[in-house]
Write a new protein. Structure first.
Length: 405
């Protein structure tokens, strides 16, 4: 290396040279841009003037400030522009000139209607990766249907198997389809980015919200194809391993437990001092246990119900039998493993007037770790920096568009 060549920064984040334009709303697509920002991408989020991303009004707030947006908007810069207007269209066109990735989740055909469809954007920047997240995708007979996470959870097949037998199917208690789509969209954007660096070409990534969750549902498709089997609701049980359930201790606490291997099941029985279960012909191996899962749960609950939580944990951990507490968020905040892994980050936020804690970046890189640089910004907080200083609009042009700077 020449003397005048600076040494590479070993701590530079993986996406430090990646520019992302986030023109999406709600949960799935914005979450994908959040993951990219966590690992260093320069993310500019374009929001509608006055209201911004609807997630700013989801869930709980503190002094009128939406808390969920502080997570989904973390690491991003917020600018306001109405993409239904010539000024908003021009903002997007200027932003994509040197961008690597654009993320959007409007209904099929909306960007084309506004004059910023893929053909227009690729004419400006042939290397642009356009990640399009919709309920049912850009193709197929349902492409024009409205779609969001709740619908996708049902449509994908997840809700059909979620809940207790003989009870109504249950939707999840959080945005499961949206969140898994956010993860997949970030992965697909990364894959497309790798291809761009090899070929120099951008492309369109077309992702329907139901697709990731459908893939994650396990062996349903192959079981139906090969055996004609349709998975039904079984509560917390699984159709491919037993035992697997939640159980209540003598002092009213809950634990989760699974015996995925024969040796694991035997250690569970050892910890609970019920060796007769291992010898029983009803529970001798996993396939037999699956046929008798309800009876097995009765036996296990009977043994667990005689033990206090601390006693049960001590017994299990002493012989490496698998068990975990059913934590609520207060328990998670106090848990030493979460603390040691730094799974909860503390970020200073002026809008909330002090520190705010949230889930940290997922995964540990040994050399180039991710980082939360800021909580979600105020609406339009970066208008001057982006619209005037980066894109070259005059202050008069910005103000004429009804925007604050």
């Amino acid at each position: 290396m020449a003397k005048d060549t600076p040494a590479p920064d070993a701590r530079l984040k993986p996406f430090a040279d990646v520019k992302v334009i986030d023109i999406s709303n709600f949960l799935a697509a914005p979450m994908s841009a959040m993951f990219l920002a966590d690992f260093g991408a320069d993310v500019v989020k374009v929001e509608r003037p006055g209201t911004g991303d609807e997630v700013r009004y989801w869930g709980r707030n503190k002094n009128g400030v939406g808390l969920y947006y502080k997570i989904l908007g973390r690491g991003k810069k917020s600018v306001t522009a109405d993409m239904r207007t010539p000024f908003g269209v021009e903002v997007v066109k200027r932003l994509v000139k040197d961008a690597d990735i654009l993320v959007e989740n409007y209904r099929t055909g909306t960007l084309e209607k506004w004059g910023i469809g893929p053909d227009v954007l690729h004419a400006i920047n042939p290397g642009l990766i356009i990640v399009r997240v919709t309920g049912f995708g850009q193709t197929g007979p349902y492409k024009n249907r409205p779609g969001f996470g709740t619908l996708a959870e049902a449509y994908s097949g997840f809700v059909h198997i979620n809940g207790e037998p003989e009870r109504p199917p249950l939707l999840p208690g959080f945005g499961l389809a949206d969140s898994t789509t956010g993860l997949m969209a970030a992965f697909l954007a990364s894959a497309a980015l790798h291809e761009k660096r090899r070929s120099g070409k951008g492309q369109v990534v077309d992702l329907a919200i139901y697709e990731t969750l459908f893939t994650l549902l396990g062996p349903q498709a192959i079981d139906f194809d090969q055996l004609g089997q349709i998975q039904q609701r079984q509560g917390s049980r699984l159709p491919f391993t037993a035992p697997r359930n939640t159980y209540q201790t003598k002092d009213g606490k809950w634990v989760s437990m699974a015996g995925s291997a024969q040796s694991t099941f035997e250690r569970i029985c050892q910890a609970l001092e019920v060796p007769e279960l291992v010898k029983s012909p009803l529970f001798s191996d996993n396939r037999v246990r699956l046929d008798n899962a309800k009876a097995l749960d009765v036996e296990l609950q009977g043994a667990i119900g005689k033990l206090d939580f601390e006693d049960l944990m001590t017994r299990f951990l002493a012989i490496d039998a698998p068990v975990a507490p059913v934590n609520d968020i207060a328990q998670i905040f106090a848990d030493p493993q979460f603390q040691a892994r730094e799974n909860i980050a503390t970020i200073e936020d002026a809008e909330l007037g002090g520190p705010v804690r949230m889930q940290n970046v997922v995964g540990k890189f040994s050399e180039t770790p991710g980082e939360i640089t800021s909580a979600g910004p105020k609406l339009g907080q970066h208008n001057r920096e982006i619209l005037i200083e980066r894109l070259g609009f005059s202050e008069a042009e910005v103000r004429a568009a009804g925007l604050e700077v």
